[in-house]
Design a protein. Structure first.
Length: 425
């Protein structure tokens, strides 16, 4: 999954009335214990992850012979728009994998079934509380956490050692110093940051003790002095000695990952969804060569990265029988046993503590990211929050190509005012 792509707007979904939801293909009120075929939309990587989810679905069908699952893999970068279109008309899946940033918006639009008191929510006490909080809207639960993630500093231990570096950098300034040393002593770039992507820029804002908006006080903060400083630091990561120049091409993500996996760059900011691909790289034939640390901190002495991941949600427009089957399916997919199975197969992070078995924690990538999860920053209960990344990323790209930081952030603030009419600038 390419996290930055998840920033497309959900404004259309928020404007669609719930009246359209009743047009689901499963609108009759069938018996909850009769034969049911669920449609499940999966948004995991089709090559590395989806086959393992399909194997898990087969286990569910074997344990529940009266429920069949039509497994549909939908590319992550298309899923958000496809879901909001389907749920506003016909053809919506009964149950689906929803990026955490979509859940509140879909719930506000009336597309999701509340799961409080259902089998899907029977084990909520086992989950990390902040992840349950992210799955709620207006006091109700609209998703069950399936996998979680955050951004961390992935680094090549061998290249760091060649430069005489014995510990991961704790600040952006330390990272720049390390990058220059790696370039000088190992002959490769020390750091590559994904450019023009709002999601990957969030650690710089958090490091200055700010965010794009103050959701609690309904205020746009992206033009604050702290935000300006954050973006200046962000921009310096493309021009300092030993750091890779900004790549704003359409294939920038692939270029970054290819360089890291082959040992042509020593460190990147990335999430656990890439662990399986990293292990396939020539530089990480020995998995223990992969180092994971918290993202560096800013001048405020703070380190933080967004909390990401996926929930399983149930469509409100499905009939009683399909909802009941979907709730049972959600409970199975998010159980400790299922999460441990997926973690070992996909190197993704479970959302509940009892899924972190000894076998799961034997994966150095999972163990590394589990250690930095406490520094992850939960998203506010703001349906539009995911949509904020798009303008930020676009204007960061313009700033990297000559627009002043203040002008770029002023444009972002103007865009936010349109998206959040009740917020003060």
């Amino acid at each position: 999954m390419r996290r930055g792509i998840a920033a497309s707007a959900l404004v259309v979904a928020l404007a669609v009335s719930m009246a359209a939801c009743g047009s689901s293909g499963s609108s009759s009120d069938g018996k909850a214990d009769g034969p049911v075929t669920l449609t499940y939309w999966d948004t995991s990587n089709a090559t590395n992850e989806a086959p393992n989810y399909q194997e898990l679905v087969k286990k569910f069908e074997a344990a529940n012979p009266n429920i069949k699952v039509d497994f549909v893999n939908v590319p992550f970068d298309q899923a958000q728009n496809k879901l909001q279109t389907a749920m506003g008309a016909k053809g919506a899946p009964d149950v689906f994998r929803s990026e955490v940033g979509w859940t509140a918006a879909f719930a506000k639009a009336g597309f999701l079934e509340p799961l409080d008191g259902t089998p899907a929510a029977a084990d909520t006490s086992a989950f990390q509380p902040s992840l349950i909080q992210q799955a709620q809207y207006a006091g109700k639960l609209y998703g069950v956490p399936l996998v979680t993630d955050t951004l961390g500093l992935m680094y090549n231990k061998e290249l760091f050692a060649k430069a005489g570096i014995t510990a991961a950098p704790k600040t952006w300034d330390e990272l720049k110093t390390d990058a220059a040393a790696i370039k000088d002593k190992a002959g490769v770039d020390g750091f590559w940051l994904k450019a023009a992507d709002g999601y990957y820029a969030m650690p710089f804002l958090f490091g200055e003790g700010t965010d794009t908006v103050d959701a609690a006080n309904k205020k746009i903060t992206v033009t604050s002095p702290e935000a300006v400083k954050a973006v200046e630091t962000y921009k310096s990561m493309f021009t300092s000695p030993g750091t890779a120049k900004a790549d704003v091409t359409t294939d920038a993500y692939a270029h970054m990952m290819d360089a890291f996996n082959s040992g042509k760059v020593a460190a990147i900011i990335q999430g656990p969804w890439e662990i399986t691909n990293v292990y396939k790289g020539s530089a990480f034939a020995d998995k223990k060569n992969l180092g994971i640390a918290a993202v560096p901190g800013g001048s405020a002495g703070k380190s933080g990265a967004p909390t990401g991941g996926h929930n399983i949600s149930v469509y409100a427009g499905s009939d009683k029988a399909h909802k009941a089957a979907a709730e049972k399916f959600a409970a199975f997919m998010t159980s400790a046993e299922s999460q441990a199975f997926i973690a070992q197969k996909n190197s993704t992070l479970p959302t509940r503590s009892d899924a972190y078995t000894a076998d799961v924690k034997a994966d150095p990538g999972i163990a590394g990211f589990q250690a930095i999860l406490p520094s992850a920053k939960p998203r506010p209960e703001l349906p539009e929050y995911s949509s904020l990344f798009a303008s930020l990323g676009e204007n960061l790209g313009k700033s990297l190509q000559g627009t002043s930081t203040q002008d770029a952030l002023n444009t972002v603030s103007t865009d936010y005012a349109k998206l959040l009419p009740g917020f003060a600038k």
